[in-house]
Design a protein around this ligand. Sequence first.
Ligand code: AMP
Ligand code: MG
Length: 418
Amino acid sequence: MLSLEEAQSWVLSRVAAGPVVEVPLADAVGLTLASPAHALEDVPPFANTAMDGIAVRAADVTTVPVELRVTATIRAGMAAIDPVLPGTAQRIMTGAPIPPGADAIVPVEELQDLDAHGTVVRVLTAASVGSAIRPAGEDLHAGQLAFDAGTVLGAGHLGVLATIGLATAQVHRRPRVGVISTGDELVQAPAPLGPGQIRDSNRQMIISLLQQTGCDTVDLGCIPDVEDEIRDALASGIRDCDAVISSGGVSMGDFDYVKAVLRSLAAESGDPDAMRWMQIAIKPAKPLAFGVINGTPVFGLPGNPVSSMVSFELFARPALRKMMGVPETRLHRSALRVTAPNGLARRPDGKTHFVRVSVEAAPDGELIAEAVRGQGSNLLYSMALANGLAVVPDGTGVEPGGTARVLLLADPGAGRLG
Ligand code: AMP
Ligand code: MG
């Protein structure tokens, strides 16, 4: 059996960052910058006021109270024109440019209007040079590096790209990933369940996981255990998609054709050894088929729904992130150390166990993990209750009150019902 690390590094060694495209900022969230982004402009572009108030010469307001004549009003968006002369002030609104001659802002809270028209004000508090003024380029200077290649773009990054004068970003293209379920027993609602049939849960689950990863999805269908049909579906995915994920049909059963089909597609591609069938020392998700056929990575995930999901998390998601240009250090989920008040018991079997846990924050903020009910690899309901996978190394598990490393899959509390 392969260790988890060996299997992960083999999969990652076979995939590379995808092509670079230029996309509007509105389409770039979750994608990775392919080239450094530099500020085209100073941010802010001009010195402006941080507060509503009056623009003054600081020398005029060193001794207070003092009265000043108000000569103009400057709104945000206006170009300031007239200078502030000694003994005068100009009303100014947050974000408006500082007029020539002024070097301080007195906020409106520190003023008294002395006539109904507001033409004379009394300044109650002294202001020093620069107070409440936001200098040009305070945040970023024109030409300065804002983000390097490899930055995964979140809302904050995209706000910055917009503010430095960019309308588009150079990113690694969002992968299009084909998804196939296989199994004679699978039917989809609202079709009634016949004898021996179950619902296809994996396709919906994997499509959702891909969407959360930031990939586009192509539904290649739920295919019965018929070799030709499986071949058509996998071949079309390999031809048209950037990656293909199938579930089921990769174990030792008599009708597990996915394996046979992938082997023959690999041979036809001129690389008979392209696919590798792995047995990994983990539970769940021990079997995994992975390879690159005609340049398209293909993941043959196990059919049991929980195994499918764990396998996606441990192998497919990091590989897809690498294809999206995410740096090596950020491919995997972070493993947080979390307290398990009731422990996480297990028996030694030579494997690392991934125990589905619900992680919640205690009132003091400490993260607490509880194993969710039903850990069988067919018991999918537990996946919905779980928002983390506790990594429990071979041995007898975690004692009550001990700690475990947990791969956090969603926000703390996300598994809570209702
Ligand atoms: P297999 O890997 O094809 O032998 O499937 C292993 C187990 O997972 C069997 O009990 C299948 O019925 C079940 N299974 C396979 N694919 C799916 C799916 N798409 N949705 C739900 N259960 C599945
Ligand atoms: Mg099957």
